[in-house]
Design a binder for this molecule. Structure first.
Ligand SMILES: Cc1cc2nc3c(=O)[nH]c(=O)nc-3n(C[C@H](O)[C@H](O)[C@H](O)COP(=O)(O)OP(=O)(O)OC[C@H]3O[C@@H](n4cnc5c(N)ncnc54)[C@H](O)[C@@H]3O)c2cc1C
Length: 563
């Protein structure tokens, strides 16, 4: 599809003012840094209106503005085109996609005659790896810029009805993968119909995604991933030493340590890198981050680190089966491909539990969420919301959403928050003026005709019922292990978590005990390790998951040496 640009050129405002650097996302490079970069690239003059790189392009150069201004434009060439930033001398362009290999989410246009320094992306990555101070500066700016783009609703457009399960799937996939996008609801947004008319699409052909001027009709997650340049399955994996299944904190840690030790490492995830931690607005108890770190940032940093050491990612790639063959393990994937390695790390964590209430599936399409990140906060800005759960994830969500929603009601089954929530979070919940806690309370009904309007709750001691106004319901009531795909190959405990360690030996193909003793974190199959939340008896903490990922690699080495 091509949107006819109204004028054929970017509309640059008459008075160009540089975008202020309020959050540290647009630092200015020093003369010494520019000189170091100049040795890796080339300087060139720019003409007003010249496009330096377009949205949708991959592996663009890294540009530093030497003279004049450069405008950053969202929806370039479309009627919704808007300038979202202007950068002058000493500032550099680009955002996270330049480091991850994703397509660019915006277009950079020279606003006036000037000069830029262009450095090939590969040289930039080398410089970042070799100069930690410069690397930190660029990485921090790029992480902040990604978060700003998400907040601005720049990048992709997803158009569909709020009642469409596929529209919800695409929105969730974009949110979990931290893809900047704007959601246009056919039921409420007049812009949605206009966009469909322009694209020549009828409402019954939705949802659609507009990615850099390309129209995707109800794409699968894998198709959307391919369009934006995520490392989708189908990438030839060849023979690997190590396959890590699951890219939450535990899997990312195993990936970083495995690859850094020289193992040919493949990391798979069915949905997105970051796992449960990626849905956390702020992790405050992870060592070394006194002011906390968002799960998204932790995940992005870990992915870049694993890639730096040579790990390969495949996302989305769902493991559906695992078989043992001649000392190696083959993992079957949802798209029919497979990957084989001598060592496997199971890091598939746990997935959210759902509420047992009538009409849940209907409301899940538009008003029930299992994550509270920036993307969800945008969708319920200034609305009253309810959160179910009394643990740390519910507490974090309450504190985070209190900054975006009109009111937050925290519905807790236990008599008070102390039963399951850390003290530091209880203090924050109590300090938030617009958060109300309903202890000893359970959700009985979801109310609303078209979308959620309120929830009916019941006091589990007195039986008294009341109505809580809520346009969105966030559910954090624990998680069940993601182990169905293992098909009985490794031992599980009574709740479905993977057993590790102990003294049980493994049987050979004929059922005879081999006398083999498993090490800590090793499952009932030699060379298969389980780490993080999926493991029986795990601590259910980010730090524990990361530590176990590292230990498993050490054990995998020892196992490989012994066999
Ligand atoms: C909202 C929230 C806030 C939290 N806050 C904190 C906190 O502040 N501090 C703290 O220490 N802990 C916190 N936690 C807990 C912490 O996030 C988890 O303990 C941690 O993420 C576990 O990491 P993991 O890698 O073991 O599993 P997960 O994070 O669950 O990751 C598992 C990954 O495996 C993938 N996967 C599942 N099945 C398959 C399959 N078949 N094939 C391929 N991939 C698959 C999933 O998509 C997922 O990405 C929080 C959890 C939540 C939900």
């Amino acid at each position: 599809m091509s949107h006819g640009p109204p004028s054929g050129r970017t509309v640059i405002p008459d008075r160009i003012e540089e975008t202020p650097d309020l959050q540290g996302a647009h630092p200015r490079l020093s003369e010494a840094q520019i000189a170091a970069l100049a040795a890796l690239g080339h300087r060139r003059a720019t003409r007003p209106g010249e496009i330096l790189f377009r949205q949708g392009e991959r592996d663009c150069d890294f540009f530093v503005v030497l003279a004049g201004n450069v405008a950053v434009v969202d929806g370039h060439g479309t009627p919704e085109e808007r300038v979202i930033g202007v950068h002058g001398r000493g500032r550099f362009l680009g955002e996270l996609s330049l480091l991850t290999g994703e397509a660019s989410f915006y277009t950079a246009v020279a606003a006036d005659a000037g000069e830029v320094l262009a450095v090939p992306a590969g040289r930039l990555r080398e410089l970042i790896a070799g100069d930690p101070a410069f690397g930190d500066l660029v990485l921090r700016a790029y992480l902040l810029r990604r978060s700003i783009l998400i907040g601005l609703g720049a990048g992709l457009r997803i158009v569909g009805s709020r009642y469409s399960p596929d529209a919800r799937r695409l929105r969730d996939f974009a949110a979990r993968n931290r893809l900047p996008c704007r959601w246009l609801d056919l039921e409420a947004d007049p812009g949605a119909e206009a966009l469909l008319r322009q694209a020549g699409v009828t409402p019954d052909e939705t949802p659609i995604v507009i990615a850099y001027g390309r129209l995707l009709r109800n794409p699968s997650n894998a198709e959307l991933a391919a369009a934006v340049g995520l490392p989708a399955p189908g990438t030839p994996h060849a023979a690997s030493d190590l396959v890590v299944v699951g890219a939450g904190p535990a899997g990312l840690s195993a990936g970083v340590y495995g690859a850094s030790e020289g193992m040919r490492t493949v990391i798979l995830d069915s949905t997105a890198t970051g796992g449960q931690a990626g849905t956390s607005s702020r992790i405050e108890n992870y060592l070394g981050f006194p002011s906390g770190i968002s799960g998204a940032e932790l995940a992005e940093r870990a992915v870049l680190q694993a890639r730096k050491f040579g790990a390969t990612f495949a996302v989305p790639a769902r493991a559906t089966a695992i078989t043992r063959d001649d000392g190696n393990y083959t993992i079957g994937l949802g798209d029919g491909t497979s990957v084989t390695a001598g060592s496997v790390v199971i890091a598939t964590g746990a997935s959210y539990r759902r509420l047992d209430v009538p009409r849940l599936e209907f409301f899940e399409q538009m008003s029930v969420y299992y994550a509270a990140s920036q993307a969800e906060a945008l969708l319920c800005r200034d609305d009253p919301v309810a959160i179910v759960g009394g643990g740390n994830s519910a507490g974090q969500a309450a504190v985070f959403l209190s900054r975006h929603a009109a009111r937050v009601t925290l519905i807790v089954r236990e008599p008070d928050l102390r039963a399951c929530m850390s003290r530091y979070l209880i203090d924050q919940v109590e300090r938030a003026a617009n958060v109300r806690v309903l202890p000893r309370t359970e959700v009985r009904q979801l109310l609303g005709d078209q979308a959620l309007e309120a929830v009916a709750v019941e006091n589990n001691r007195t039986g008294a019922r009341s109505i809580v106004e809520a346009r969105a319901l966030f559910v954090f009531i624990g998680a069940a292990p993601s182990t169905g795909w293992l098909g009985g190959l490794v031992d599980l405990d009574d709740h479905g978590f993977v057993r590790t360690g102990g003294t049980a030996g493994a049987a050979d193909a004929d059922g005879r005990d081999t006398g083999w003793q498993r090490s800590a974190l090793e499952t009932s199959q030699p060379g298969i390790f389980a780490v993080g939340d999926v493991r029986s008896g795990s601590a259910k903490r980010v730090a524990a998951a990361v530590g176990e990922g590292a230990i498993a690699i050490r054990l995998a080495f020892e196992r490989a040496r012994a066999s």
